[in-house]
Design a binder for this molecule. Structure first.
Ligand SMILES: CC(C)(COP(=O)(O)OP(=O)(O)OC[C@H]1O[C@@H](n2cnc3c(N)ncnc32)[C@H](O)[C@@H]1OP(=O)(O)O)[C@@H](O)C(=O)NCCC(=O)NCCS
Length: 403
């Protein structure tokens, strides 16, 4: 099933809404579609009267995939946006590939309105249909339309076409563009203040009931951003098609050197690292971590230590830390600690060194101030806590190292 149901949708952004055409729009339609410059660029003849516009609303526009672009400010229909489930033009379309079309009244050109309207419709198509691609074309002498397509992700196919049935279509070359709907775009960028709450919620979703009934990692992150150990240059979110699906943060951390050396060696640790439950086990966590580790190298971090599962983290270059002479503060020095891992980012950084890594204090905030944690947790929608085999503790506000 690819086609849209007969359900009629209204779609909204800040400036505009897309809604079905109404007969009462006829005057506005005539006002804008009667201007020859509009139809000529799009390949249809200018409307000649309000009555003709009304007839077009009753017939051509009367379907669930054609919308009026309505300016919210004035509540006036100023253009049209839509797609035809089977491409009716002479284009190199795939079987059953819909054709996108649009226009905007001339007084409203070059204000980003068509781009905003097309984005709204594309979001809707992604959510409500199974189409795998869309086709679009514009006359080569009408580059503004091609620009709208490209701004919304359409890519030129390299083909051109001519359709003589179009108004002024004879010998007039069209450029063909396509949008692949199944190709996801993945992006990693620095976290911004406006992402904070969404990312904390993502962290809560990712950790909930995993290492304990409930979790505290979202609170750790919330508090860490004000901690001097926090490394803002390594605070990344991962997005798929603009939606945040992952996050990682890093903290400065210290290795206390063993005698005969003395002093501390600067390093870092990371976590929480979160991938939304719907996206786990697809390789996203590793990609995000690899990207962050490369960035850590570029800002001169020499070593990363962390607690984690070697079977996973070995893929990002980690080894059991004792093999590099680094011990874990909560275990005897001679113990082999399989979950305590490290990685040199600067080759030779640990050469000739033995020392003990201390988990930065910032990771203990929820254990040290349970009331503050509970007050913070209460600001999220309630979620059921559950016990599972394999959890480290039976209460998320207990420090696993103090069991
Ligand atoms: C094509 C049309 C729908 C664009 O609507 P719009 O609301 O002005 O579009 P936007 O403002 O969202 O984007 C227009 C883009 O084209 C660019 N543009 C405008 N004139 C241009 C030109 N001559 N050459 C190259 N780019 C041009 C604008 O700068 C803008 O890009 P930017 O945001 O990168 O600066 C409108 O011009 C129109 O209705 N034209 C007549 C009907 C038509 O051509 N329909 C499409 C048929 S395929």
């Amino acid at each position: 099933m690819q086609t849209e149901s007969n359900r009629v949708y209204s779609l909204c952004s800040q400036r505009i809404s897309l809604r079905p055409w109404q007969e009462s729009d006829a005057e506005a339609l005539y006002k804008y579609a009667g201007d020859p410059i509009v139809g000529e660029r799009a390949g249809w003849s200018p409307h000649k009267s309000v009555e003709e516009s009304q007839e077009i609303i009753r017939t051509v526009f009367n379907n669930p995939t054609t919308w009026a672009i309505v300016l919210k400010e004035s509540n006036e229909a100023i253009g049209a946006m839509g797609y035809m489930p089977d491409c009716p033009l002479n284009l190199p379309a795939r079987e059953g590939e819909p054709l996108v079309g649009y226009w905007v009244g001339k007084p409203y050109w070059n204000q980003g309105i068509c781009t905003e309207a097309l984005r709204l419709m594309l979001d809707h198509i992604r959510k409500e249909t199974d189409y795998t691609s869309l086709i679009c074309s514009h006359f080569v002498d009408n580059p503004a339309s091609g620009r709208v397509m490209e701004k919304c992700g359409f890519v030129p196919t390299g083909e051109t076409a001519v359709d003589e049935d179009l108004y002024f279509g004879e010998n007039r070359l069209m450029r063909v563009l396509r949008l692949e709907l199944q190709t996801k775009t993945m992006n990693i960028r620095l976290e911004q203040p406006e992402d904070y709450r969404e990312v904390e919620n993502l962290t809560r979703e990712a950790f909930w009931n995993v290492y304990a009934p409930g979790c505290v990692e979202h609170y750790v992150l919330n508090q860490y951003r004000n901690n001097p150990d926090f490394i803002p240059e390594l605070d990344f979110v991962m997005e798929e098609d603009g939606k945040i699906i992952g996050h990682v943060m890093f903290s400065r951390a210290k290795i206390i050197l063993d005698s005969p050396l003395s002093g501390e060696l600067e390093g870092a640790t990371f976590g929480p690292i979160s991938i939304h439950p719907d996206y786990k086990r697809k390789g996203y966590g590793l990609k995000l971590l690899q990207y962050a580790l490369e960035s850590a190298k570029t800002i001169g971090i020499g070593v990363i230590c962390m607690e984690g599962n070697i079977d996973f983290y070995k893929h990002a270059g980690f080894v059991v830390a004792s093999t590099l002479g680094i011990h874990y503060h909560a275990e005897p020095k001679d113990a082999e600690v399989p979950y305590f891992l490290a990685q040199e980012l600067i080759p030779g950084y640990l050469k000739g060194i033995e020392g003990t890594y201390h988990t930065p204090k910032g990771y203990y905030v929820a254990f040290e101030n349970k009331e503050a944690f509970e007050a913070y947790e209460a600001t999220f929608p309630k979620k059921e806590k559950a016990m599972h085999e394999g959890q480290l503790v039976d209460d998320c506000t207990k420090n696993p190292n103090e069991q």
